[in-house]
Design a protein around this ligand. Structure first.
Ligand code: FMN
Length: 192
């Protein structure tokens, strides 16, 4: 596994178009087993994953894509659909046995549970992309899909809410735009 800061951060890009070549179930499995160690509040682990690599799965994903993302999905052979589970607390007996049962989160309003789930799922999604890059896989994160179609065609529980998709494989660097700037240290950071 190449673990350089270049491979994971400074040289890594968000790819749009992918070269031919799939991702095996073994690779998906290894990826999950690495990425699952991301930290989350109460160890709540709200991120859920649908790994897609079958022809039919990629066809359904293409069908769910917004127009601007369709050609990108067409080029890819594999993807992960990320969801956040607003009933994340149901796993607390395993994940957070220190929290009293039933968990206080069970009586939170759905909006509060959603906010908590998104906050922690975002950390996990970032770690997931870092893990993929560390394994030599390029990522194409993209949110532009119809959530209702994704939730109907891919998820099995109402508590799983569509988050975003990451196309996975070997990215085509000839199809990249020049890289966007990032905020300067002065604009983004305070020191005290
Ligand atoms: C949550 C999320 C949603 C995104 N949605 C889209 C999208 O729908 N279509 C697209 O082409 N790129 C999408 N992107 C890619 C971003 O534009 C890209 O990550 C950003 O410009 C940084 O590019 P870089 O990593 O190559 O520097 C998305 C990225 C993230 C993280």
């Amino acid at each position: 596994m190449s673990m350089t800061k270049e491979a994971i951060f400074t040289q890594a890009r968000s790819y749009k178009i992918f070269l031919e070549g799939g991702v095996s179930k073994e690779t998906f499995t290894e990826l999950y087993e690495i990425a699952k160690w991301a930290p989350t509040a109460n160890n709540s682990c709200p991120l859920r994953y649908v790994f897609v690599s079958s022809v039919e799965g990629m066809r359904l994903l293409h069908n769910a894509a917004m127009d601007g993302n369709k050609n990108k999905v067409e080029s890819a052979s594999a993807a992960v659909i990320l969801a956040y589970d607003i009933n994340f607390y149901e796993h607390f007996p395993t994940l957070a046995p220190h929290v009293k049962n039933p968990a206080p989160q069970a009586s939170w309003q759905p909006e509060e549970r959603e906010k908590e789930a998104i906050k922690n799922a975002g950390i996990q999604a970032g770690f997931f992309m870092a893990a993929a890059r560390a394994m030599g896989l390029d990522c194409g994160p993209m949110a532009g899909f119809h959530a209702d179609v994704i939730e109907r065609d891919f998820f099995q529980k109402d508590s799983w809410k569509y988050y975003f998709v990451i196309l996975l494989g070997q990215g085509d660097s000839t199809e990249l735009y020049p890289r966007g700037k990032r905020l300067s240290l002065n604009d983004a950071c305070l020191f005290q």
